[in-house]
Design a protein around this ligand. Structure first.
Ligand code: S3P
Ligand code: PEP
Length: 421
């Protein structure tokens, strides 16, 4: 496979067969961290092996946790109940979960931890989380407001009340929640985590965090919509099964719908606990998608929905997607650039909204377009969907899918999709 470019050949037939998405990135990285913070051996099954989870696993190894990989979907994690100071910076690529979660957990290390990532991560804001940590008396600094972050851990998390502005990322809240049980020895005082506003995008991810914490022995009380009280329990080892990735599933659901096929992903849409599973209902409404879609609670599915919308019967406006500008890339910009490269005027940015001017007549046309993915896995995966119906769609840097779905191109190929370099 050419590493620089891949052109999708429209299959000309319905895509049918069985393809299971890999394990959930969000749940794997939560389970890895909590298993690493626990004393004893935890077995994670159904887990994702990809760039993002490799960064988390390697960071834990660098902090003294034994992480074994007996097969392609399992991790066996043995922790001592505390993380050791790493000998050098933790390099976490562009993995938002690993970066945010480890920034808070680093407070419980005795010594200095530098949390760093690649050039894309150097543009992703982390100041609200750093400010929240400082308010608990934890020494943390991110001079640019983005990684690298330097944390001078005192061997435990803080106590008392911490407020967090999670407007830019729900991951800040998840990071504080997961670090909160790591209280100083002898403390019985809980940590109270409160949102400064009630609104939070992707609230469903907080649910994933709480579920994983409880599975590893934490005790959390939800005081109200915007406040949680976390007891100083630490974590205990557990065996934990990771469900398939709902964001990855959206590409398969959309491929099925766009081509009129039947793809069995092995998991019913209703049984996912991840927020992006909500996209199933919207995908099912194709080609009569709603005129306005609020993407705030299913943000990672918006790229999938936006490309699907290009083939819809009527235009779609995506709202509630301000945060898409601070993901792996500015996704709103990448989507509008990519759609307009396919056909000028297909998409428009209106403030932070994205309007997709649908054109069902696109299907079957030859519209050569090079899609700049900006190294963003979701931009690569969603524009491959356009390539199922339009010939000439070339995805640049196709291997960036390795962030969360390394087997993506093979999965489509197993359904009969072919490529050229
Ligand atoms: O907590 C998580 O696992 C995630 C939360 C979301 O990010 P934000 O909270 O930054 O919006 C989502 O986009 C990301 O892929 C995974
Ligand atoms: C936003 C994403 O990732 P993260 O924030 O975990 O890097 C994503 O996977 O779409």
């Amino acid at each position: 496979m050419n590493k620089d470019r891949l052109t999708v050949i429209p299959p000309g037939h319905a895509l049918s067969g069985k393809v299971s998405p890999p394990g959930s990135k969000s749940i794997t990285n939560r389970a890895l961290l909590l298993a690493g913070l626990a004393r004893g051996t935890s077995r994670l099954t159904g887990a994702l092996k990809s760039d993002d989870t490799r960064y988390m696993a390697n960071a834990l190894r660098a902090m003294g946790v034994a992480v074994d990989e007996p097969d392609e979907t399992s991790f066996v994690v043995t922790g001592t109940g505390r993380l050791e100071a790493p000998s050098g910076p933790l390099f976490l690529g562009n993995a938002g979960t690993a970066t945010r979660f480890l920034t808070a957990a680093a407070a419980a290390v005795e010594g200095i931890v530098i949390v760093d990532g690649d050039e894309h991560m150097h543009k992703r804001p982390i100041a609200p989380l750093v400010i929240a940590l400082q308010s608990l008396g934890i020494k943390a600094e991110a001079p640019t407001g983005c990684p690298p972050v330097t944390i001078e851990g005192q061997g435990h998390f803080g106590t008392g009340r911490v407020e967090i502005d999670a407007g830019l990322s729900s991951q800040y809240v998840s990071a504080l929640l997961m670090a909160a049980p790591l209280a100083p020895e002898g403390t019985t005082e809980p940590v109270t985590i409160a949102l400064t506003g009630k609104e939070i995008g992707a609230r469903g991810y907080i649910g994933l965090t709480l579920d994983a914490m409880v599975a590893f022995g934490a005790k959390v009380e939800q005081v109200d919509e915007a406040t949680w009280k976390v007891l100083p329990t630490g974590y205990r080892a557990a065996d934990f099964h990771v469900e398939p990735d709902a964001s990855a599933a959206t590409y398969l659901w959309a491929a099925e719908k766009l081509t009129g096929g039947a793809i069995d992903i092995g998991t019913p849409a209703e049984s996912f606990t991840q927020p992006d599973a909500k996209a199933y209902g919207v995908i099912a409404s194709f080609p009569h998608m709603p005129a306005e879609i609020d993407g705030s609670q299913m943000q990672d599915a918006v790229p999938t929905l936006a490309v699907l919308a290009a083939f819809n019967n009527s235009p779609v406006r995506f709202t509630g997607i301000e945060n898409l500008r601070v993901k792996e890339c500015d996704r709103t910009r990448a989507l509008s650039l990519g759609l307009n490269a396919i056909r000028e005027g297909l998409a428009e940015e209106d403030g932070d909204d994205l309007i997709v001017h649908a054109d069902p007549a696109l299907a079957g046309q030859h519209l050569p377009a090079e899609i700049d993915t900006f190294a963003d896995h979701r931009i690569a995966m969603c524009f491959a969907l356009a390539g199922l119906k339009v010939s000439g769609i070339t995805i640049l840097d196709p291997l960036c899918v390795g962030k969360t779905y390394p087997g993506y191109w093979d999965a489509l190929a197993s359904l009969g999709v072919e490529y050229e370099d």
